[in-house]
Design a protein around this ligand. Structure first.
Ligand code: ATP
Ligand code: MG
Length: 244
């Protein structure tokens, strides 16, 4: 479903991604862990070309683009296959839960209002917020807001969802509801890449975990392999900073 080959990215002469190769299967959930500033967000942003890689190939489904000579249309098409969920929800404060979800349907997909609302209600069901349809973000909990954010990302039927620290603004007791939603999406075969600093979350959500450091994937494996049987010294030291 998603394939990266030789993705490189530097900022002001400083190499952040130094040749990332990755293949993710349809419906697979991949968690990306690693030290702060190591390029986890940059990697997600290079996949939807929010950030233009210096080099490398991104393939999503049938669509393959090679940086840096990517045409605007290719960029647009590729971005249409993905959607991103942010740490800070990024909801419209003056729109209800339902309106936040239907917004990309009317604006990007040009659906009629009634059809958008019908699909929006389906999505509210998936993220478990049917009863919050008319609620505004300021009157919802962080977990509920993040579920609206995930719902909005889901509305355009992306092949790949990119979630950048989706739980790090949440109180610990609200992480579980986001986890449940991610699990529901995985069961619907949505491919997901999730960056996180929460090792418990990574362990419970992911089929596969990548440890990113010094511009490369240093180690990868199942949550059990990564968290219980880390191989590299680099990963062992990283994990020793967490209590999980
Ligand atoms: N637009 C930019 N311009 C210049 N430098 C940038 C830009 N975006 C990211 N960087 C740098 O690239 C490096 C990687 O940043 P990135 O945000 O990808 O790290 P991260 O792994 O997501 O960190 P965190 O865990 O703190 O979220 C950092 O050194 C950052 O300062
Ligand atoms: Mg980040």
């Amino acid at each position: 479903m998603l394939k990266l080959k030789g993705i490189k990215k530097s900022f002001e002469g400083k190499t952040v991604l130094d040749g990332i190769d990755l293949e993710v299967k349809r419906g697979e959930v991949v968690a990306i862990i690693g030290p702060s500033g190591t390029g986890k967000s940059t990697l997600l942003r290079c996949i939807n070309l929010l950030e233009m890689p210096d080099e490398g190939t991104v393939t999503i489904g049938e669509l393959e683009v090679t940086a840096p000579q990517i045409k605007r249309k290719e960029q647009y098409d590729l971005r249409g296959q993905t959607s991103m969920v942010f740490q800070q929800y990024n909801l419209f404060a003056n729109k209800t839960a339902l309106e936040n979800i239907t917004e990309p349907l009317t604006r990007v997909k040009h659906l009629k209002k009634e059809e958008a609302r019908r699909q929006g209600r389906e999505i509210l069901k998936v993220v478990g917020l049917t009863e919050k349809e008319k609620e505004y973000p300021s009157r919802m909990s962080g977990g509920q807001q993040q579920r609206v954010g995930i719902g909005r990302a889901l509305a355009t039927h992306p092949k790949v969802m990119l979630l950048d620290e989706p739980t790090s603004s949440l109180d610990p007791e609200l992480v579980g509801e986001v986890l449940d939603v991610v699990r529901t999406l995985a069961s619907k075969h949505i491919t997901m890449l999730i960056t996180t600093h929460e090792m418990d979350f990574a362990r419970s959500v992911a089929d596969r975990v990548l440890f990113l450091a010094d511009g490369r994937i240093q180690e990868e494996g199942t949550p059990k392999q990564i968290f219980d049987f880390p191989k590299t010294e680099r990963l062992k030291i990283f994990l020793s900073h967490y209590h999980s």
